[in-house]
Design a protein around this ligand. Structure first.
Ligand code: NAD
Length: 494
């Protein structure tokens, strides 16, 4: 599989796979070999308009929005079943495209199916309004209605799982969708389109436009018929999208970058904290938004913890993403490899001691960055402030609770945070003091799909996940006021 080519990637518009209206194609390379895997047709603004028009027609004229809830949910559950049936194949495709280890993409494929099942349950349980009786005079109530066409723009890290995390609530709540996947990982988006087609979802309800962000992405954001944009990606891109969405006053949801702290106090369970710290930065090849890229160690355990970190780094299995034993694969592409490698150079210039694992000689063709510890780091260094998005952990010492809270918050981002201590009061205190959207105490990044997912500061605006995605983003609340008694209407001009 790793050296194979796969079919070229087309757009999916109005229920059909089609080429873009230009000849332009982008080469898609395998991160492990840097060979060409396939070519992707790149949408123009005109292609995006065709997709949006198809989605709009499907919303206003097709059966999707008017369908009985049970029937719509049967499509959503059918999609989940088909993902489960094809999970092995989806995982292979995803590892081929992204370089993520197959043991991890298998779990993501299972989670993708669960995303659809979860939102089928969630829509049936929670997509309802409230009633506001006013004495015997009024009964006021709210209903939540789908927005219409929504645009979903996704990144290349964990593409299939992240895409389904948006597509599932968007479709389950009755919207129609135009998806713009990342240029660097086009394959699994088309597999999702094939599955949705096979599930019998009406034409136009789900569309995929591959293309460059500044062309296809921008056209989607600027299109006035698109009612909302849900975006996951870099903070700078998010700012540009908000600017471009302003003219048509659309709703936006921003899931952006992170530089999350993991704090280990002297009294923590060291082995568990180590497991969590190592998994949290080195899984997903370090290309993880909630990665603990800054690890703060209290002075009492610092040296011992670092010794053990080094041992763990030496043991991480680096290799072919298709090998089930591989724990760390190659980065997505050469450009990202160069960016991450440059940060290691900067770390040395800033005074860090760099400790790394070793990439086996027979894997040199891939975009491998070994697992890396930046020791003797201080929080104000560039490598502790910028999101590097690779397998790089900066290790920073601290003395007191106040000092570590101050450092944890002294960063542009606020996505996640992890606190390790056996002092339960301190655990809560520190978690509540950290300016991040999501905190874990004595746990790694275990997801509860019901919770609000997202960040504060430069890590995002708004929350997805749970009922938040449904009630706060993918639907519009409508208030209906009904007079049921006699109420005095002001006499005016009589
Ligand atoms: P990116 O911002 O470069 O690209 C994301 C998507 O935006 C791509 O589809 C791209 O084509 C598109 N895009 C680029 N310019 C655009 C424009 N002007 N208009 C519209 N669309 C445009 O991000 P990336 O490098 O693909 O992904 C990595 C980033 O994503 C990291 O910063 C990571 O932290 C973040 N991320 C955040 C979360 C979260 O939930 N907070 C989850 C995963 C990844």
């Amino acid at each position: 599989m790793n050296h194979c080519k796969v079919a070229d990637v087309q757009l999916y518009i109005n229920g059909e796979f089609v080429d873009a209206t230009t000849e332009e194609q982008k080469e898609n390379r395998n991160p492990y070999t840097n060979d060409i895997t396939n070519r992707t047709t790149m949408a123009t603004a005109a292609d995006v308009e065709l997709a949006v028009d198809a989605a709009e027609k499907a919303f206003h004229e097709g059966p999707w929005g008017k369908m009985k809830l049970k029937e719509r949910m049967s499509y959503i559950e059918r999609i989940a079943d088909l993902i489960d049936e094809e999970a092995e194949d989806i995982a292979l495709l995803e590892s081929l495209d992204s370089g993520l280890p197959i043991s991890q993409t298998k779990k993501m494929a299972a989670r993708a199916a669960e995303n659809f099942r979860f939102y089928s349950r969630m829509v049936q349980a929670r997509l309802h309004g409230d009633a506001y009786p006013v004495d015997q005079d009024f009964i006021n109530y709210t209903i939540y209605q789908p927005l219409g066409v929504v645009g979903l723009i996704t990144p290349w890290n964990a593409p299939f799982m992240l895409t389904t995390w948006k597509v599932a609530p968007a479709l389950a709540s009755g919207n129609t969708v135009v998806l713009k996947p990342a240029e660097l990982s086009p394959l699994s988006a088309n597999r999702l389109a094939e599955i949705i087609q096979r599930a019998g979802v009406p034409a136009g309800v789900f569309n995929v436009v591959h293309g460059y962000g500044e062309v296809a992405g921008e056209a989607l954001v600027k299109n006035a018929k698109v009612k909302a944009i849900s975006f996951t990606g870099e903070t700078t891109t998010g700012k540009e999208i908000i600017r471009n969405a302003a003219d048509s006053l659309k709703k936006t949801s921003m899931e952006l970058g992170g530089k999350s702290p993991l704090i280990v106090f002297d009294d923590a369970d060291m082995e568990q904290a180590l497991d969590a710290a190592v998994w949290g930065i080195f899984s997903f090849n370090g290309e993880r938004c909630t990665a603990n890229s800054r690890v703060f160690l209290q002075q009492g355990i610092k040296e011992k913890f670092i010794e053990k970190l080094k041992e763990r780094v030496d043991q991480i299995v680096i290799g072919d993403p298709m090998d089930t034993k591989t724990e760390l694969g190659p980065l997505i592409d050469r450009g990202h490899y160069n960016k991450v490698t440059n940060y290691i150079k900067i770390a040395k210039e800033e005074g860090c001691t760099v400790y790394q694992g070793t990439v086996p000689a027979d894997h040199k063709a891939g975009n491998f960055v070994p697992p890396t510890l930046l020791l003797d780091a201080t929080n104000e260094m560039k490598v502790c402030q910028d999101e590097i998005f690779g397998p790089i952990m900066a290790v920073i010492g601290f003395d007191t609770e106040e000092e570590v809270i101050q450092m944890a918050n002294d960063v542009e981002y606020g996505l996640a945070g992890y606190v390790w201590t056996n002092d339960i009061k301190r655990g809560h205190r520190v978690a509540q003091a950290i300016d991040s959207g999501m905190l874990w105490i004595n746990a790694q990044n275990v997801r509860d799909l019901r919770i609000p997912f997202g960040g504060m500061k430069a890590s995002g605006i708004g929350r997805e996940g749970g009922h938040f995605a449904l009630l706060e983003f993918y639907t519009e609340p409508k208030a209906i006021h009904v007079a049921i008694g006699n109420h005095a209407i002001p006499q005016f001009g009589k």
